[in-house]
Write a new protein. Structure first.
Length: 364
């Protein structure tokens, strides 16, 4: 494991350039869910559902000139990530207070501070998810921490500065979007609960005006020059809904789905239905050919020339469960963080990507 950790820190493309889509939803009985698709052409060897206990030591900056900003986690948390040394990385996750969130790729727009603001501590962008989950109990605390305590700094990690933006969600129902650009760090409050990739959240929100006529109700018959054309298929209310896998198209689709899809009555039904919503934004393997080449190391065993939805994860703020499926294995797996909060040692569970088939025939 130590060898894996050291190799991972020298690989700039293991987990930092993924695309992805994120969504917050709730059930009829008030359960708050947040999840994401992880879309990329690989997954770092050693990635798994990772548990990190209270009292975990880590650094906010890990660079060629050493480490800085030593920290100790206040809350236990779990999520997809890597048990790196000296500081673990989470792509997304949940903590014992029900705070959820994750990082998504923000290519072409993300910019970070060259110098740390007075009175704040520096933090490299890939550590933000774990740091927020380790230190904050709510979205409100995340906002305060970002505004008053931290500066996201332009310090390379593994040879690169990752272009990222973030979403965080909690049991209050609020979802914030955090985006760094050349004008500074923007925190968008009370968002629609949807995030994809570039451009920024305000652009995506304004772009929805181009789809204001989309609805769940079919259009009735149409009269053309005195001739009536009767509707002969369903789904016409969504005509014009973009169907490609670009970031703007996925954002529009997820907003439409969130508005009209029926939520589950409880957590179990809600999680099942939310996985269906994510399938509408998922990348089928072979449909999104990668146009730019990235560095490949000995840890990248299964790189393909396509981005695809490597896994989908969903978290519940009330039960503290983390659910996931993979591209190969659509069986829903879960980890119960509530049962682990007193555990002292970290661990990581393999994703279980091998397909599982169930023989439904009775024993004869």
């Amino acid at each position: 494991m130590e060898v894996l950790m050291s190799k991972a820190y020298n690989n700039p493309t293991l987990f930092l350039e993924a695309g992805c889509s994120a969504l917050a939803w709730s059930t009829e009985d008030g359960r708050h869910l947040w999840g994401r698709n992880y879309d990329f052409d690989r997954l770092a060897e050693g990635s798994g559902m990772t548990f990190l206990p209270r009292g975990t030591s880590y650094f906010g900056v890990n660079g060629p000139d050493g480490t800085a900003f030593p920290c100790t986690s206040r809350y236990a948390c779990a999520g997809m990530g890597l048990l790196l040394k000296p500081s673990p990385v989470l792509y997304e996750g949940i903590n014992e207070k029900g705070l959820m969130g994750g990082q998504l790729y923000y290519r072409g727009f993300a910019e970070y501070a060259k110098d740390c603001r007075a009175g704040t501590q520096p933090l490299q962008p890939p550590f933000l998810v774990f740091h927020m989950l380790a230190q904050c109990a709510s979205v409100e605390e995340v906002v305060r921490c970002l505004e008053e305590e931290l500066t996201l700094v332009d310090v390379p990690m593994m040879g690169t500065v990752s272009p990222l933006h973030w979403a965080f969600h909690d049991k209050s129902g609020e979802t914030i979007v955090v985006e760094p650009d050349k004008e500074g760090l923007h925190i968008y409050r009370n968002t629609l609960g949807v995030m994809t990739n570039s451009p920024g959240y305000p652009w995506h929100k304004m772009n929805l005006l181009n789809y204001a006529g989309i609805r769940d109700l079919d259009y009735p018959s149409v009269d053309l020059d005195g001739e009536s054309l009767e509707q002969c298929f369903s789904g016409s209310g969504a005509q014009g809904l973009p169907g490609d896998w670009s970031s703007p198209a996925r954002f529009v689709r997820l907003v439409f789905l969130k508005k009209y899809a029926l939520p589950g009555k409880d957590e179990e039904e809600g999680v099942g239905r939310m996985f269906h919503l994510f399938q509408s934004a998922a990348f089928p393997l072979g449909l999104v050919r990668v146009s730019h080449k990235s560095h490949v190391t000995e840890l990248d065993k299964d790189v393909v020339p396509y981005d695809y939805t490597v896994y989908t994860s969903i978290y519940c703020g009330e039960s503290l469960r983390a659910y996931w499926t993979t591209y190969e294995n659509q069986q829903i797996q879960f980890l119960d963080l509530a049962a682990l909060t007193e555990r002292k040692e970290p661990f990581s569970i393999p994703l279980g990507r091998e397909p599982v088939f169930k023989n439904a025939a009775p024993d004869l």
